[in-house]
Design a protein around this ligand. Structure first.
Ligand code: NAD
Length: 285
């Protein structure tokens, strides 16, 4: 609401509407869902929002050419390229081709480096959304032992940096960590961003843990006999679950953020905050 009021005031004063561009290559259903939600929320706060949906067989050069057009367009203030990209594309080159001034999800190495140094930059949306969620819930971070499951450039790695910046003692676990439970049992704050349904069980956390589930995993719904259920069209019924075995972990947790809910909406909120911050810098308001 605060952002909507600010935008309305700027536009009334004769400034252009903030314009967010969300680029998606291919029609991965999860990506379409995320892009659709970001687009709707951006419009709700008064931004102009454009979804650019490119076909699955778009070449790297074609995508880079479209990015160059948005980079050069003074009417575009923020650009997000939805990941994952199709296998034939080079995500790193795409990240390096987004103007750092319009890089709403902190993909560009210049912004990643600035965040690592604690300098002003657009914050990576999901990690910053998690920090905002913990802050809004009154959870003390300073001095606490935070364990992050996952070390991707998008979520795990930058999340560890943001927790470090807030004076947590940070430990990462990943796919090559031999005994994850031995590490997670030490966590005051456990954040799972591995994308593995049921990875974290109740015996892997200590009493009173603060647990944040980031994983978004689509799994089959099983019937009483443990067989997959199908709908009338013969398609398997799926459900969205996180990485935590929710009931087991919730029993020991002092605070828990579930999937769906929690991190997803906070990620979108951070994209909007970043869009407005980029707009202010570009328009000088
Ligand atoms: P990714 O696949 O790039 O990285 C997964 C990380 O988890 C890797 O670093 C890998 O080493 C680690 N990992 C894999 N298996 C593991 C295991 N068994 N034990 C420990 N670590 C393991 O994924 P990502 O982009 O970092 O996303 C992680 C999850 O978060 C995915 O499920 C993704 O869909 C979800 N996500 C949610 C949001 C949101 O807004 N809710 C945003 C981004 C990502």
């Amino acid at each position: 609401m605060r952002l909507r009021r600010q935008i309305r005031r700027w536009v009334a004063d004769g400034h252009p509407q903030p314009h967010a561009v969300f680029m998606q290559v291919g029609d991965n259903p999860a990506s379409s869902q995320y892009v659709g939600m970001k687009n709707r929320q951006a419009e709700k706060i008064g931004c102009r929002s454009t979804i650019e949906l490119l076909p699955e067989d778009t070449t790297q050069q074609q995508l880079l050419a479209r990015l160059a057009i948005h980079n050069a367009d003074p009417g575009v203030h923020s650009i997000l390229v939805q990941l994952p990209l199709p296998g034939h594309m080079d995500e790193q080159q795409v990240a390096e081709s987004i103007s750092p001034l319009k890089d709403v999800d902190c993909f560009h190495p210049e912004n990643v480096g600035r965040v690592a140094l604690g300098l002003p930059a657009p914050r990576p949306a999901t990690p910053q959304g998690i920090i905002n969620l913990l802050d809004a819930s009154g959870i003390e971070l300073q001095g606490r032992h935070a364990v992050v499951l996952g070390r991707s450039n998008l979520v795990g790695k930058p999340l560890g940096l943001l927790l470090l910046e807030r004076n947590c003692t940070v430990c990462y676990c990943h796919s090559r960590t031999p005994d994850i439970g031995a590490v997670t049992r030490q966590a005051d704050i456990l954040i799972s961003a591995a994308g593995r349904a049921g990875l974290v069980t109740g015996d892997m956390v200590k009493q009173g843990v603060v647990a944040v589930d980031v994983g978004t995993n689509f799994v089959h719904i099983l019937d009483d006999a443990g067989e997959p259920e199908y709908d009338e069209q013969g398609e398997p019924r799926m459900q969205l679950v996180g990485d935590l075995l929710f009931d087991e972990v919730a029993e020991k947790a002092s605070w828990i953020s579930p999937v769906p809910g929690g991190v997803g909406p906070m990620t979108i909120a951070t994209v909007l905050e970043n869009t407005v911050a980029l707009y202010r810098r570009i328009e000088g308001v």
